[in-house]
Design a protein around this ligand. Structure first.
Ligand code: HC0
Ligand code: SF4
Length: 571
């Protein structure tokens, strides 16, 4: 440890800390903009400048290591002036349409302008020619909002190991964009939206489908149903001012009913269905010399990543559609028949923590008899906006339960890294042991370790498994599998670090708050809590699932199940 003083306050911190981090410990909030813990620590924006006793130059605190006896000042007149001038310069070439911006009141640049008391923009000069890339179904890039902080660049390059975005051109012409200024739709972007999560402004944002959903609700000819993904309940509360990781399942259901959806379903049901199909697919592959390891295919960002970068593993992907798609397929077949509704009149909305789900829903190979499984996908953030638009006082809502025609159980933990694996093991273990096992918490696959591995012996068979989250970690694991250094029966891969709880469609958390909490851990707690509170915690014990097989699908991997619930991927 080293000790130093910051604005006269003595602190002792580990020697690996930067001055910015040490200041946080001392309760001194040095403003910053380009800084994003562990992801972008580059000192580019010059907002976090400080004075160090004995040094003539002011320095960027986010890249300044602490030293024994150091004395730092963060709040002098000259620092305040410098920061304000720097910010004014950034703002002078920023599209300042804050009132109509997707990040209004939720923008780190806007907050900083308020905190630094910017009351005029002194420098008015040239402006970047606005160019808005609207071509993909998932992500919009708007260069007129970009402040060149580089947070998205390093997220995509270092965490995801994809490298779609980079600085292009020089000087005033500098931009952050895909190579050759191509559209995000024309490069191997997986639409994970992690660049959106990293962006402090609205330069990267999802393509909103809010109006499409309101129009459907208003259309009296349509039966409009909504499903919410497991991870949404762990984060939606943040849009309503609640602490990170507050579980709001009951209030969310009430809000959706008030908004006018005819039915509110839980994607957990379809996650349970996925476990039935995928669990039996795994058993079949193991028993009949199928392609192994089998790899999960429910994260559409990961599936795109595999298609672009590891096509040799496409045969390893489970043929199961994702829960989002399975839910739509069941709603437009089984549910439609049972309730005597024309499937063409059913409009299925998904609320997802994910931006890649928007594009997944448009994939033609997932259609059944020419009908799309899912008609519109909105993110958790968009649902937050819709609830506000509907003037629903969220925090005063009573709790309600999902419509129970199709309810879910173990599927809730799908939303966190390791969850699909754990839910699958609960089912596969019972089948192989031919028992109703009581030990169902698989702690080996929980947590945020980059690569989690385990061997489980079930019915005399040892099954080797691995779990990774974030495509950067997938690269590490797949390269080892390719080199023959590792072999497994079953691998879970999720496109985003932490799993869906930290997907690209989840509420924004400021860089400052991310210094204090690991969002992945806090939101995961909410899902494990819901799992603990659920009476039935095994997918194959879910009554609604058993009924679906009895009345309609016959058995897992049946002909009908294949038609509705499975797909294939082409190289
Ligand atoms: Fe997920 Fe899913 S768990 S991918 O993260 O498998 O998005 O939450 O909905 O489909 O269930 C996202 C979350 C889902 C799907 C489920 C899976
Ligand atoms: Fe990179 Fe994902 Fe953003 Fe695409 S969506 S640019 S892959 S971080």
């Amino acid at each position: 440890n080293v000790s130093l003083t910051i604005d006269g306050i003595k602190v002792e911190v580990p020697s690996c800390y930067t001055v910015l981090e040490a200041a946080r410990e001392a309760g001194v909030d040095i403003p910053s903009l380009c800084y994003l813990k562990s992801i972008n620590e580059v000192g580019a924006c010059r907002i976090c400048m400080v004075e160090v006793e004995g040094s003539r130059n002011i320095q960027a605190s986010c890249v300044l290591p602490v030293a024994e006896g150091m004395s730092v000042k963060t709040n002098t007149k000259s620092l305040r002036d410098v920061r304000k001038a720097t910010l004014e310069l950034i703002l002078s070439n920023h599209n300042r349409e804050c009132l109509t911006c997707a990040r209004n009141k939720n923008c780190e640049l806007q907050s900083l302008a308020e905190e630094l008391n910017v009351d005029k923009i002194t420098y008015e000069g040239a402006k970047t020619e606005p160019q808005i890339d609207l071509k993909s179904d998932s992500i919009i890039r708007d260069n007129s909002k970009c402040i060149l902080c580089g947070r998205c660049v390093n997220m995509c390059k270092d965490v995801q190991e994809i490298g779609i975005l980079d600085f292009t051109n020089r000087g005033f012409e500098t931009e952050v964009a895909p190579a050759f200024n191509k559209s995000m739709a024309d490069v191997p972007c997986i639409y994970c939206g992690q660049c959106i999560v990293a962006c402090p402004v609205a330069a990267l944002r999802e393509k909103e489908d809010i109006e499409k959903v309101w129009d459907a609700i208003d259309n009296k000819d349509l039966h409009v149903v909504v499903q919410t993904a497991p991870a949404v309940r762990a984060a939606l509360g943040e849009e309503m001012g609640l602490p990170i990781g507050t579980r709001v399942t009951g209030k969310m259901v009430t809000a959706l009913k008030r908004m006018g959806f005819d039915k509110v379903f839980d994607t957990n049901f379809a996650a349970d269905l996925t476990i039935m199909e995928e669990g039996h697919e795994l058993l079949d592959r193991i028993q009949n010399n199928g392609v192994l390891p089998m790899i999960t295919s429910c994260s559409p960002g990961w599936v795109r990543f595999c298609e672009f970068n590891y096509p040799e593993f496409l045969e390893n992907l489970s043929s199961c559609k994702s829960p989002q798609q399975m839910m739509g397929a069941i709603l437009k077949s089984y549910y439609a028949e049972k309730n005597d509704i024309d499937p063409k009149k059913i409009f299925v909305v998904s609320v997802m923590p994910c931006t890649s789900k928007k594009t997944e829903a448009t994939r033609p190979e997932l259609n059944v008899d020419g009908l799309r499984d899912i008609d519109a996908v909105i993110t958790t953030r968009e649902l937050g906006k819709m609830i506000k638009q509907a003037r629903i006082d969220f925090n005063k809502l009573e709790d309600n339960s999902f419509d129970d025609d199709l309810c879910g159980t173990a599927g809730v933990i799908f939303g966190v890294t390791g969850g699909v694996m754990e839910a699958a093991l609960r089912t596969v273990a019972d089948v192989l042991e031919d028992k109703d096992l009581e030990e169902i918490d698989y702690n080996q696959v929980r947590g945020i370790k980059e690569i989690k591995e385990a061997e489980v012996t079930l019915g005399g068979k040892t099954i080797k498994i691995a779990v990774v989250h974030g495509t950067g970690n997938a690269v590490k694991l797949l390269d080892m599998v390719k080199a023959g250094e590792k072999d497994y029966h079953f691998i879970e891969i999720m496109g985003c670090s932490g799993g869906c709880v930290t997907g690209g469609g989840q509420p924004h958390v400021s860089a400052k708050d991310k210094m204090d909490v690991d969002v992945r851990v806090e939101r995961a707690k909410a899902l494990y809590e819901e799992d603990r509170l659920t009476e039935v915690r095994k997918s194959h014990k879910n009554e609604a699932i058993l009924k679906l097989y009895k009345e309609y699908l016959e058995k897992p991997n049946s002909h009908k199940a294949h038609k509705l619930l499975h797909t294939h991927y082409n190289k």
